[in-house]
Design a binder for this molecule. Structure first.
Ligand code: FPP
Length: 227
């Protein structure tokens, strides 16, 4: 039975969940979504996942109303502040992908501090994708390659991506019912198994996560070859 090393998640459906609950503000969904991140991180760590990459804010999310963008930024800062003890307790290493230079200096400092405090852990690595978009990542990598000036190979190009220290994605999960990749890990998901569920992110359960792991375990992955 194969085990998944790297699980990536598109945490969609927070706004719809808030509406369904009768909250006037979509942001309530993000708040509950953040506690789901905590729950999944502990669970993934307990079941032996090595990398959990979560889409917290995309390069396109800046188009949202300013109040929602500000709320998400504040929420990430608060999340990191509150989660540090949890990371330390569970040996979780914290990492990010995306262009974090565009974030506020305060949030950048918080990110740097959390990375530094958890850098030595070898359990689960939680990777938050913040101001992340695959096209942006690939273009940044191409510009880097141009600067270096050597012909690239798949291996050398891989080393120019934000994900250079992580293996390719085994399982991609998208909650919220839409069936698309939304500019997420396009290179890294070339041979991933894709799971789309109608469950809204705040309602995603650890039972559903385990069911996905069980389905993955039975999939015959050929990577373009034959068995
Ligand atoms: C998509 O739901 C979700 C996001 C754009 C942000 C994801 C953020 C969180 C889960 C919380 C913050 C995370 C951390 C780590 C603190 P949506 O708003 O597009 O939902 P909708 O499709 O129902 O409108």
């Amino acid at each position: 039975m194969q085990e998944a090393k790297h699980v990536a998640v598109i945490m969609d459906g927070n706004g719809r969940w808030a509406k369904k609950q009768g909250f006037k503000e979509r942001i309530k969904g993000h708040e509950v979504g953040a506690s789901k991140v905590r729950e999944l991180t502990i669970h993934a760590s307990n079941v032996g996942i090595k990398y959990l990459t979560l889409y917290a804010f995309s390069t396109e999310n800046w188009k949202r109303p300013k109040t929602e963008v500000n709320f998400l930024m504040t929420l990430m800062d608060r999340y990191l502040k509150n989660e540090l003890p949890l990371f330390l307790e569970n040996s979780v290493r914290f990492e990010t992908i995306g262009n974090i230079k565009a974030l506020s200096p305060k949030l950048q400092e918080r990110i740097a501090y959390t990375k530094e405090q958890t850098a030595h852990f070898e359990g689960l690595t939680q990777v938050l994708a913040i101001n992340y978009g695959s096209k942006d990542e690939i273009v940044r990598a191409v510009n880097e390659a141009v600067k270096i000036g050597d012909e690239v190979t798949q291996e050398s190009f891989n080393m120019l991506l934000d994900t250079k220290n992580f293996p390719d994605v085994d399982i991609l999960i998208r909650t919220g019912g839409d069936v698309r990749l939304s500019n997420y890990l396009l290179w890294q998901c070339a041979y991933s198994e894709l799971f789309f569920t109608p469950t809204l992110w705040p309602e995603f359960s650890m039972e559903e996560f385990d069911q996905i792991l069980q389905k993955f375990a039975k999939i015959e992955r050929r990577f373009g070859g034959v068995n």
